[in-house]
Design a binder for this molecule. Structure first.
Ligand code: SAH
Length: 396
């Protein structure tokens, strides 16, 4: 991994060289490559396909699948250099921070991968009061946060009246801040009320863009169609919307990932949260292996190239499976970090997966630690609200 500006310069030089080589290959032949079983220019030369992705921000499903199934360290390097350059041209070397407040781990759902699923009787449940949430936001504001992300299980206590009240209070107290919600599936009316109360953004990972795969990850009570309905409603209600998925979730293959990428290409989210699946011992998926840093970073780069202005977090899950996972995510094209602002007393309880990092640190410590980590790789944490760059939002 590159760790200073000098190394950055060296990588730039390498990139010029590689870009030259890539330009020499024929993109036409590359686009035929998947159908031709890779026989034309050799299975491991993915440069032409990467060129095509950079130029068109789009590949066919078969090409996405090929790019994933046949990935090589060289392809990963080329993708991450291209992604970092694109990201730099839009956001410079800045990293946006979002203060994550985990407001409740009480959930009516039973997602098979999630540690706070309803049936996990080993989970010790908690719910923050509106006052506690407000005080987390106030503390975050003093630390320079200008976006607060309220995330939680689907806890009936947070009905529209209660949640709208909290959003309103945060916006009244901190009008220069954005409020992001990540509270799961709700009705269109509910999304509208929350938007009217002042919520700016909503994160709802689609989890997988393949219906059959969705059904393997969720109980029968949950449906792919409703998830998609929610995402459409959120978009139409005027939110900046985030989708996303877990990398290496059970039963996921390059074919499912290709569908995720196609979905992102078509849906054109403002934000996209991806992180490795990490097993939680008290779930039906406790025995499945975790996703990898390598594939997560590879996909982060591809997503940046599909949708250059997207707000792309380097997630806590990535930092959990590798000590410098979040740095690697940023170097692969991510531009957002979401440190935890939840009270330390509840952090361990919001355990979506085992061994989650930063559960013992005070918010100020997390913030300082991240700033140091980002600076070490040549990036600067900024305290802007960090909205998506609207000027680059339209399709070229
Ligand atoms: N209830 C909200 C918030 C869910 S938690 C909602 O439905 O949107 C946020 C994300 O954590 C989920 O969307 C899921 O993709 C991720 N997650 C859950 N369990 C996980 C696990 N075991 N490993 C990695 N990520 C997980």
């Amino acid at each position: 991994m590159r760790s200073d500006r000098a190394a950055d310069g060296a990588a730039e030089a390498d990139k010029r060289q590689e870009t030259g080589n890539a330009a020499a290959a024929s993109p036409d032949r590359a686009s035929n490559q998947p159908e031709m079983g890779g026989a034309v220019i050799g299975r491991r030369n993915l440069s032409p396909l990467i060129d095509k992705l950079c130029a068109d921000h789009s590949l066919s499903l078969a090409e996405y699948e090929f790019l994933i199934a046949n990935r090589t360290p060289e392809a990963a390097r080329l993708l991450s250099e291209r992604a970092a350059a694109v990201r730099k041209s839009i956001y410079g070397n800045t990293v946006y921070i979002r203060g994550l407040i985990e407001i409740s781990n009480i959930c009516r759902n039973d997602c098979l991968y999630c540690g706070i699923r309803k049936s996990n009787s080993n989970c010790s449940r908690y719910r923050l009061t509106p006052e506690e949430i407000l005080s987390c936001a106030n503390e975050g504001y003093a630390l320079g946060f200008r976006t607060f992300v309220l995330q939680g299980g689907e806890d009936g206590y947070f009905n529209d009246t209660v949640l709208c009240g909290i959003v309103r209070r945060i916006k009244e107290r901190h009008p220069d801040c954005a409020v992001t919600l990540s509270m799961g599936e709700r009705s269109r009316e509910s999304y509208k009320l929350l938007r009217d109360a002042g919520a700016d953004r909503y994160l709802l990972r689609h989890e997988t863009a393949d219906k059959a795969h969705y059904e393997k990850l969720h109980p029968v009570q949950m449906s792919y169609d409703n998830r998609m309905r929610c995402l459409r409603d959120l978009r139409e209600t005027g939110y900046q919307v985030g989708c996303g998925f877990m990398v290496g979730s059970p039963y996921q293959t390059p074919a499912e990932l290709a569908k995720d990428l196609k979905f992102i290409e078509n849906f054109r989210p403002d934000m996209c949260g991806i992180g490795p699946f990490i097993p939680h011992r008290d779930t039906p998926f406790g025995g499945f292996p975790a996703g990898t840093v390598e594939l997560t970073c590879y996909l982060l780069s591809i997503i940046r190239l599909i949708r250059p202005p997207v707000l792309l977090p380097s997630t806590t899950a990535l930092g959990t499976i590798h000590p410098t996972g979040r740095e690697m995510g940023i170097l692969s094209g991510a531009n957002v970090i979401m440190p935890n602002l939840s009270p330390v007393s509840v952090r361990k309880k919001y355990e979506l997966y085992n061994n989650k990092i930063c559960t013992g640190e005070e918010s100020a410590q997390c913030r300082a630690d991240l700033e140091r980590r980002m600076r070490a790789i040549g990036y600067e944490v900024v305290t802007a609200r960090g909205d998506i760059r609207r000027d680059t939002r339209q399709r070229p």
